[in-house]
Design a binder for this molecule. Sequence first.
Ligand code: SF4
Length: 339
Amino acid sequence: MRFDFIRADAMNRLSFAKIISVAQWWKENAGLMQVEVAALEPLLWREGEVRIGHVVAELKGMGFRVSMTSNGSLLARNAQELKEAGLDLLRLSWHSMSPDIYRKITGGGSLEKLIEGVRAGIDCSLSMSLNRVLMRGHTADLPEQLAFVDQHQLRLKLLDLYWTEESAGEYDRYYISPEEALEASVASGYVKLIQDDGQQRGRSRVRYLTPQHGLVEYKLKSTARKSNAVCNLCTKKSNCLEGYGDYFRVFPEGKSSLCYLRQDLAHSTYENDTFFISEHQPWGQELRKSISSTPLRLVLEGRCNFNCGFPDSVSSWCLKQGRGYQFPDRTGVIVREYQ
Ligand code: SF4
Protein backbone atom coordinates (compact mmCIF):
# COMPACT_ATOMS: atom_id res chain seq x y z
CA MET A 1 0.00 0.00 0.00
CA ARG A 2 1.31 3.47 -0.85
CA PHE A 3 1.56 5.87 2.08
CA ASP A 4 4.51 7.82 0.68
CA PHE A 5 2.13 10.22 -1.10
CA ILE A 6 1.64 11.92 2.24
CA ARG A 7 4.38 14.52 2.71
CA ALA A 8 4.85 16.06 6.14
CA ASP A 9 4.86 19.58 4.72
CA ALA A 10 1.46 19.10 3.07
CA MET A 11 -0.44 17.92 6.14
CA ASN A 12 -3.79 19.34 7.08
CA ARG A 13 -4.80 18.57 10.65
CA LEU A 14 -6.37 20.02 13.74
CA SER A 15 -3.50 20.97 16.06
CA PHE A 16 -3.42 19.86 19.68
CA ALA A 17 -3.97 23.48 20.74
CA LYS A 18 -7.07 23.71 18.52
CA ILE A 19 -8.42 20.39 19.85
CA ILE A 20 -8.05 21.53 23.45
CA SER A 21 -9.51 24.92 22.65
CA VAL A 22 -12.70 23.53 21.10
CA ALA A 23 -13.04 20.97 23.91
CA GLN A 24 -12.70 23.69 26.53
CA TRP A 25 -15.20 25.90 24.70
CA TRP A 26 -17.60 22.97 24.45
CA LYS A 27 -17.29 22.22 28.15
CA GLU A 28 -18.09 25.83 29.04
CA ASN A 29 -20.90 26.38 26.53
CA ALA A 30 -22.52 23.10 25.52
CA GLY A 31 -24.59 20.53 27.34
CA LEU A 32 -23.69 17.12 25.99
CA MET A 33 -20.18 16.02 26.99
CA GLN A 34 -19.78 13.50 24.19
CA VAL A 35 -17.09 13.67 21.55
CA GLU A 36 -16.55 11.43 18.55
CA VAL A 37 -13.05 11.49 17.09
CA ALA A 38 -14.09 10.80 13.54
CA ALA A 39 -12.58 9.74 10.23
CA LEU A 40 -10.39 10.67 8.36
CA GLU A 41 -8.03 8.20 9.97
CA PRO A 42 -7.41 9.43 13.55
CA LEU A 43 -4.65 6.90 14.25
CA LEU A 44 -2.49 8.83 11.76
CA TRP A 45 -2.77 11.95 13.91
CA ARG A 46 0.45 13.01 15.60
CA GLU A 47 2.02 16.32 16.59
CA GLY A 48 5.67 15.94 17.58
CA GLU A 49 5.66 13.73 20.64
CA VAL A 50 1.92 14.18 21.21
CA ARG A 51 0.03 11.12 20.03
CA ILE A 52 -3.63 10.25 19.64
CA GLY A 53 -3.63 8.55 23.06
CA HIS A 54 -2.69 11.89 24.64
CA VAL A 55 -5.61 13.56 22.89
CA VAL A 56 -8.03 10.92 24.18
CA ALA A 57 -6.62 11.13 27.73
CA GLU A 58 -6.93 14.92 27.67
CA LEU A 59 -10.55 14.80 26.49
CA LYS A 60 -11.37 12.18 29.12
CA GLY A 61 -9.72 14.35 31.76
CA MET A 62 -12.08 17.19 30.78
CA GLY A 63 -15.08 14.96 31.39
CA PHE A 64 -16.01 13.85 27.87
CA ARG A 65 -17.28 10.45 26.85
CA VAL A 66 -14.89 9.74 23.97
CA SER A 67 -15.53 7.47 21.01
CA MET A 68 -13.45 7.11 17.87
CA THR A 69 -13.91 5.81 14.33
CA SER A 70 -10.93 4.15 12.67
CA ASN A 71 -10.17 1.83 9.77
CA GLY A 72 -8.15 -0.26 12.24
CA SER A 73 -5.09 -0.66 10.02
CA LEU A 74 -2.84 0.75 12.79
CA LEU A 75 -4.83 -0.59 15.71
CA ALA A 76 -2.50 -3.46 16.68
CA ARG A 77 0.16 -0.96 17.78
CA ASN A 78 -2.31 1.55 19.31
CA ALA A 79 -4.88 -0.61 21.12
CA GLN A 80 -3.17 -0.67 24.51
CA GLU A 81 -2.50 3.09 24.42
CA LEU A 82 -6.14 3.82 23.58
CA LYS A 83 -7.30 1.53 26.36
CA GLU A 84 -5.01 3.22 28.90
CA ALA A 85 -6.13 6.65 27.70
CA GLY A 86 -9.69 5.66 28.64
CA LEU A 87 -11.31 5.53 25.18
CA ASP A 88 -14.95 4.61 25.73
CA LEU A 89 -15.66 3.07 22.32
CA LEU A 90 -13.71 2.38 19.14
CA ARG A 91 -15.80 2.03 15.99
CA LEU A 92 -13.98 0.02 13.34
CA SER A 93 -14.84 0.10 9.67
CA TRP A 94 -14.97 -3.48 8.40
CA HIS A 95 -16.70 -3.74 5.03
CA SER A 96 -15.91 -7.31 3.92
CA MET A 97 -14.63 -10.64 5.24
CA SER A 98 -12.93 -11.39 1.92
CA PRO A 99 -9.28 -10.20 1.91
CA ASP A 100 -9.46 -9.49 -1.82
CA ILE A 101 -12.75 -7.54 -1.74
CA TYR A 102 -11.61 -5.72 1.41
CA ARG A 103 -8.42 -4.65 -0.38
CA LYS A 104 -10.39 -3.39 -3.37
CA ILE A 105 -12.98 -1.55 -1.26
CA THR A 106 -10.37 0.17 0.91
CA GLY A 107 -8.03 0.97 -1.97
CA GLY A 108 -5.26 -1.37 -0.82
CA GLY A 109 -5.98 -2.17 2.84
CA SER A 110 -5.07 -5.46 4.50
CA LEU A 111 -7.82 -7.45 6.20
CA GLU A 112 -5.15 -9.39 8.05
CA LYS A 113 -3.91 -6.17 9.70
CA LEU A 114 -7.42 -5.17 10.68
CA ILE A 115 -8.07 -8.57 12.28
CA GLU A 116 -4.71 -8.32 14.05
CA GLY A 117 -5.88 -4.96 15.42
CA VAL A 118 -9.26 -6.33 16.49
CA ARG A 119 -7.54 -9.17 18.33
CA ALA A 120 -5.20 -6.69 20.05
CA GLY A 121 -8.28 -4.71 21.10
CA ILE A 122 -9.98 -7.84 22.43
CA ASP A 123 -6.80 -8.81 24.32
CA CYS A 124 -6.70 -5.50 26.20
CA SER A 125 -10.51 -5.32 26.66
CA LEU A 126 -10.89 -2.23 24.50
CA SER A 127 -14.57 -1.57 23.88
CA MET A 128 -15.14 -1.93 20.12
CA SER A 129 -17.96 -2.02 17.61
CA LEU A 130 -17.90 -2.65 13.86
CA ASN A 131 -19.29 -0.53 11.03
CA ARG A 132 -20.01 -2.03 7.64
CA VAL A 133 -21.12 -0.14 4.55
CA LEU A 134 -23.33 -2.46 2.52
CA MET A 135 -22.90 -2.88 -1.23
CA ARG A 136 -25.15 -4.94 -3.48
CA GLY A 137 -23.34 -7.99 -4.84
CA HIS A 138 -20.92 -7.99 -1.90
CA THR A 139 -22.93 -9.20 1.07
CA ALA A 140 -22.60 -12.99 0.71
CA ASP A 141 -19.96 -12.92 3.46
CA LEU A 142 -22.29 -11.21 5.95
CA PRO A 143 -23.12 -14.48 7.82
CA GLU A 144 -19.39 -15.00 8.38
CA GLN A 145 -19.11 -11.53 9.89
CA LEU A 146 -22.19 -12.15 12.04
CA ALA A 147 -20.50 -15.30 13.34
CA PHE A 148 -17.42 -13.23 14.30
CA VAL A 149 -19.65 -10.70 16.05
CA ASP A 150 -21.38 -13.54 17.83
CA GLN A 151 -18.15 -15.22 18.90
CA HIS A 152 -16.76 -12.04 20.47
CA GLN A 153 -20.08 -10.47 21.54
CA LEU A 154 -19.35 -7.36 19.47
CA ARG A 155 -21.72 -4.84 17.95
CA LEU A 156 -22.10 -4.54 14.18
CA LYS A 157 -23.72 -1.51 12.65
CA LEU A 158 -24.89 -1.96 9.06
CA LEU A 159 -24.65 1.31 7.16
CA ASP A 160 -26.50 2.44 4.08
CA LEU A 161 -24.17 3.33 1.25
CA TYR A 162 -23.80 7.11 1.29
CA TRP A 163 -24.62 9.05 -1.81
CA THR A 164 -22.02 11.57 -2.92
CA GLU A 165 -21.86 13.67 -6.06
CA GLU A 166 -18.67 11.88 -7.08
CA SER A 167 -20.17 8.40 -6.74
CA ALA A 168 -23.72 9.15 -7.86
CA GLY A 169 -23.19 7.05 -11.02
CA GLU A 170 -22.52 3.88 -9.04
CA TYR A 171 -24.94 4.52 -6.18
CA ASP A 172 -28.06 2.98 -7.71
CA ARG A 173 -26.20 -0.08 -8.87
CA TYR A 174 -24.62 -0.81 -5.49
CA TYR A 175 -27.21 0.34 -2.99
CA ILE A 176 -28.76 -2.42 -0.89
CA SER A 177 -30.83 -1.77 2.20
CA PRO A 178 -29.79 -3.27 5.55
CA GLU A 179 -33.21 -4.97 5.68
CA GLU A 180 -32.52 -6.82 2.44
CA ALA A 181 -28.91 -7.67 3.35
CA LEU A 182 -30.03 -9.20 6.66
CA GLU A 183 -33.07 -10.99 5.25
CA ALA A 184 -31.56 -14.50 5.11
CA SER A 185 -30.07 -14.29 8.62
CA VAL A 186 -33.41 -13.12 10.00
CA ALA A 187 -35.33 -15.83 8.13
CA SER A 188 -33.00 -18.55 9.40
CA GLY A 189 -33.44 -17.29 12.96
CA TYR A 190 -29.70 -16.65 13.42
CA VAL A 191 -30.43 -13.06 14.45
CA LYS A 192 -33.49 -12.18 16.51
CA LEU A 193 -35.23 -8.82 16.52
CA ILE A 194 -35.04 -7.00 19.86
CA GLN A 195 -35.85 -3.39 18.98
CA ASP A 196 -37.72 -1.70 16.20
CA ASP A 197 -38.80 1.55 17.69
CA GLY A 198 -37.72 4.79 19.36
CA GLN A 199 -36.02 7.88 18.05
CA GLN A 200 -32.31 8.22 18.78
CA ARG A 201 -30.70 11.42 17.58
CA GLY A 202 -33.46 11.76 15.02
CA ARG A 203 -33.13 8.31 13.46
CA SER A 204 -34.90 5.15 14.55
CA ARG A 205 -32.82 2.04 15.00
CA VAL A 206 -33.57 -1.60 14.36
CA ARG A 207 -31.63 -4.05 16.51
CA TYR A 208 -31.05 -7.80 16.47
CA LEU A 209 -29.20 -10.21 18.74
CA THR A 210 -27.02 -13.11 17.61
CA PRO A 211 -27.21 -16.41 19.60
CA GLN A 212 -24.45 -15.38 22.06
CA HIS A 213 -25.66 -11.79 22.36
CA GLY A 214 -23.68 -10.02 19.69
CA LEU A 215 -25.64 -6.96 18.56
CA VAL A 216 -26.55 -6.11 14.97
CA GLU A 217 -28.21 -2.82 14.18
CA TYR A 218 -29.04 -0.26 11.53
CA LYS A 219 -30.69 3.11 11.40
CA LEU A 220 -33.77 3.79 9.34
CA LYS A 221 -32.78 6.38 6.79
CA SER A 222 -36.34 7.60 6.37
CA THR A 223 -36.24 9.04 9.90
CA ALA A 224 -33.25 11.41 9.50
CA ARG A 225 -33.92 14.88 10.89
CA LYS A 226 -34.43 17.05 7.80
CA SER A 227 -37.53 19.10 8.57
CA ASN A 228 -35.94 22.47 9.03
CA ALA A 229 -35.45 25.64 7.02
CA VAL A 230 -31.98 24.72 5.77
CA CYS A 231 -32.84 21.18 4.67
CA ASN A 232 -36.15 22.24 3.15
CA LEU A 233 -34.27 24.34 0.59
CA CYS A 234 -31.46 21.84 0.04
CA THR A 235 -31.07 20.24 -3.38
CA LYS A 236 -29.34 17.22 -1.80
CA LYS A 237 -32.21 16.46 0.56
CA SER A 238 -33.41 13.32 -1.21
CA ASN A 239 -29.93 11.79 -1.17
CA CYS A 240 -28.79 12.90 2.23
CA LEU A 241 -28.74 10.25 4.97
CA GLU A 242 -28.04 12.03 8.23
CA GLY A 243 -30.08 14.68 9.91
CA TYR A 244 -29.13 18.32 10.10
CA GLY A 245 -27.56 18.97 13.50
CA ASP A 246 -27.16 15.29 14.45
CA TYR A 247 -23.57 16.28 15.25
CA PHE A 248 -21.59 19.46 15.59
CA ARG A 249 -18.64 18.80 13.29
CA VAL A 250 -15.24 20.46 13.42
CA PHE A 251 -12.99 19.82 10.43
CA PRO A 252 -9.16 19.79 10.21
CA GLU A 253 -9.04 23.14 8.41
CA GLY A 254 -10.80 24.77 11.39
CA LYS A 255 -14.33 25.04 10.00
CA SER A 256 -17.48 23.80 11.76
CA SER A 257 -20.82 22.61 10.45
CA LEU A 258 -24.12 21.01 11.39
CA CYS A 259 -24.36 19.29 7.99
CA TYR A 260 -22.19 16.32 7.02
CA LEU A 261 -22.45 16.75 3.27
CA ARG A 262 -22.38 20.39 2.15
CA GLN A 263 -19.14 22.31 2.36
CA ASP A 264 -20.89 25.62 1.83
CA LEU A 265 -22.57 25.21 5.24
CA ALA A 266 -19.21 25.03 7.08
CA HIS A 267 -17.90 28.20 8.75
CA SER A 268 -14.52 29.24 10.14
CA THR A 269 -14.61 28.86 13.90
CA TYR A 270 -11.01 29.59 14.93
CA GLU A 271 -9.04 32.73 15.52
CA ASN A 272 -5.48 31.40 15.43
CA ASP A 273 -5.66 28.41 17.82
CA THR A 274 -8.70 29.63 19.73
CA PHE A 275 -12.13 28.17 19.00
CA PHE A 276 -14.77 30.83 18.67
CA ILE A 277 -18.32 31.04 17.32
CA SER A 278 -19.52 34.48 16.40
CA GLU A 279 -22.68 35.65 18.17
CA HIS A 280 -23.17 38.38 15.60
CA GLN A 281 -23.50 36.26 12.45
CA PRO A 282 -26.74 34.38 11.65
CA TRP A 283 -24.74 31.18 11.10
CA GLY A 284 -23.07 31.69 14.48
CA GLN A 285 -26.43 32.02 16.21
CA GLU A 286 -27.63 28.88 14.45
CA LEU A 287 -24.57 26.87 15.46
CA ARG A 288 -24.88 28.05 19.06
CA LYS A 289 -28.58 27.11 19.17
CA SER A 290 -27.82 23.45 18.48
CA ILE A 291 -25.04 22.78 20.93
CA SER A 292 -27.04 21.92 24.04
CA SER A 293 -28.35 18.67 22.55
CA THR A 294 -25.67 17.73 20.05
CA PRO A 295 -22.52 15.61 20.43
CA LEU A 296 -19.25 17.04 19.21
CA ARG A 297 -17.53 15.33 16.29
CA LEU A 298 -13.89 16.16 15.64
CA VAL A 299 -12.20 15.33 12.36
CA LEU A 300 -8.61 15.68 13.55
CA GLU A 301 -6.73 14.45 10.54
CA GLY A 302 -6.87 15.69 6.96
CA ARG A 303 -5.56 12.49 5.41
CA CYS A 304 -6.37 8.82 5.25
CA ASN A 305 -4.33 5.76 4.39
CA PHE A 306 -7.46 4.21 2.86
CA ASN A 307 -9.63 5.49 0.04
CA CYS A 308 -12.86 3.51 0.25
CA GLY A 309 -14.93 2.92 -2.83
CA PHE A 310 -16.60 0.33 -5.00
CA PRO A 311 -14.72 -2.97 -5.34
CA ASP A 312 -14.66 -2.94 -9.13
CA SER A 313 -14.35 0.79 -9.75
CA VAL A 314 -11.81 3.54 -9.13
CA SER A 315 -14.67 5.68 -7.80
CA SER A 316 -14.59 6.46 -4.08
CA TRP A 317 -17.67 6.77 -1.87
CA CYS A 318 -15.87 8.49 0.99
CA LEU A 319 -17.80 11.55 2.16
CA LYS A 320 -14.61 13.51 2.73
CA GLN A 321 -13.70 13.55 -0.96
CA GLY A 322 -13.52 16.89 -2.73
CA ARG A 323 -12.47 18.88 0.36
CA GLY A 324 -8.75 19.04 -0.34
CA TYR A 325 -7.89 16.14 1.98
CA GLN A 326 -5.32 13.50 1.09
CA PHE A 327 -6.09 9.95 0.02
CA PRO A 328 -4.13 7.21 -1.75
CA ASP A 329 -4.99 6.75 -5.40
CA ARG A 330 -7.41 3.84 -5.94
CA THR A 331 -6.31 3.49 -9.54
CA GLY A 332 -3.28 1.33 -8.75
CA VAL A 333 -5.43 -1.20 -6.88
CA ILE A 334 -8.40 -1.37 -9.24
CA VAL A 335 -7.33 -0.52 -12.79
CA ARG A 336 -5.01 -3.48 -13.34
CA GLU A 337 -7.88 -5.91 -12.83
CA TYR A 338 -10.86 -4.14 -14.34
CA GLN A 339 -9.75 -1.76 -17.04
S1 SF4 B 1 -27.25 17.79 2.92
FE1 SF4 B 1 -27.29 18.94 4.87
S2 SF4 B 1 -28.63 20.69 4.49
FE2 SF4 B 1 -29.01 19.20 2.86
S3 SF4 B 1 -30.74 17.94 3.57
FE3 SF4 B 1 -28.86 16.90 4.23
S4 SF4 B 1 -28.45 17.65 6.34
FE4 SF4 B 1 -29.94 19.06 5.35
